[in-house]
Ligand binder design. Structure first.
Ligand code: ADP
Length: 274
């Protein structure tokens, strides 16, 4: 009889513990939702006037003399940087509260990669480094993917690679790993000959707001959110990012995506959540 009472007590305790966990999870979700709507509203409020500022700067630049041009270019750089930080915070908060979804469309893959190259070529040339792109000929022309988010992943990795490389090159290598009935597994690697990342920083780098305290990378004005965003988006695709790096020699960021082959005119929108 005593053991029966004990058993019932244990059951009761277990039930209470489970209820407490459920309440805690609900509270955490509510807090995350509140944080996300606050950040979203705030970012919108900041973005609107900032957009006005950047377009006025562009207009002023057209009629400014050489000295003022320099000042306006610097102002333009700062406002673009501010916009990037705001976008990073908003994206991160969406990803953090699982509000971000993949929006899959049929996308011209090679065009997307070409856009990446064109977007970052100027940045690489300014630093006197080469930006090489290698695409496997065996890849299909069209795939179902979320174009904006793949652009964001590659953009973040490529801009980091250029930012943290002072001589040599950055190479984007895209390879077909294997093919199944309608799908291809594609490997993406972004390799640089830059400053590299110390062993102790390599895993922490993908945490939000983590910036190594080394002098070489301190002055780049980043938020430490870029790689956390990359990691979360790659996870939405059901994959993960790996990093191989050696201090002073360079880094390679890699991830593999399993993508469905399509034809050009397909009109399907698929939403995927993680
Ligand atoms: P940030 O916006 O600060 O660049 P990230 O999350 O993109 O944020 O990167 C975090 C840190 O990781 C950077 O501050 C930098 O020190 C390091 N890092 C990222 N990519 C590279 C790279 N390719 N080579 C060397 N260091 C890198």
């Amino acid at each position: 009889r005593i053991s029966k009472i004990k058993y019932e007590q244990q059951e009761e305790n277990l039930k209470r513990e489970k209820e407490a966990i459920i309440i805690k999870e609900k509270q955490a979700e509510e807090t995350a939702n509140m944080r996300q709507s606050f950040l979203s509203a705030m970012s919108h409020e900041i973005r609107t006037p900032l957009n006005a500022v950047t377009s006025i700067i562009s207009m002023l630049k057209e009629r400014a003399d050489a000295d003022d041009q320099k000042l306006l270019t610097s102002l333009q750089f700062s406002s673009k940087n501010l916009m990037r930080i705001i976008n990073d915070i908003l994206d991160f908060s969406k990803l953090d509260s699982n509000k971000m979804q993949l929006e899959m469309h049929s996308v011209n893959f090679k065009e997307l990669i070409n856009n990446i190259r064109e977007t970052y070529l100027g940045m690489a040339l300014e630093k006197g480094i080469a930006l090489n792109v290698q695409i496997d000929e065996g890849l299909s022309k069209f795939y179902m993917l979320d174009e904006t988010k793949l652009f964001q992943i590659l953009g973040n990795l490529v801009s980091n690679a250029i930012k943290y490389t002072n001589k040599g090159s950055v190479c984007i290598d895209i390879e077909l790993m294997s093919s199944a009935a309608k799908k291809d597994t594609i490997s993406f690697s972004i390799e640089d000959t830059g400053v590299g990342i110390a062993k102790q920083d390599q895993t922490k780098l993908f945490d939000s707001f983590y910036i190594p305290t080394t002098i070489t990378t301190r002055n780049n004005g980043g938020t430490g959110l870029g790689l956390a965003i990359v990691k979360k988006i790659v996870e939405l695709y059901g994959s993960s990012v790996t990093l191989t790096s050696e201090k002073g020699k360079g880094s390679i960021f890699r991830f593999e995506l399993e993508l469905e082959r399509t034809t050009a005119n397909i009109q399907i929108d698929q939403k995927l959540t993680n």
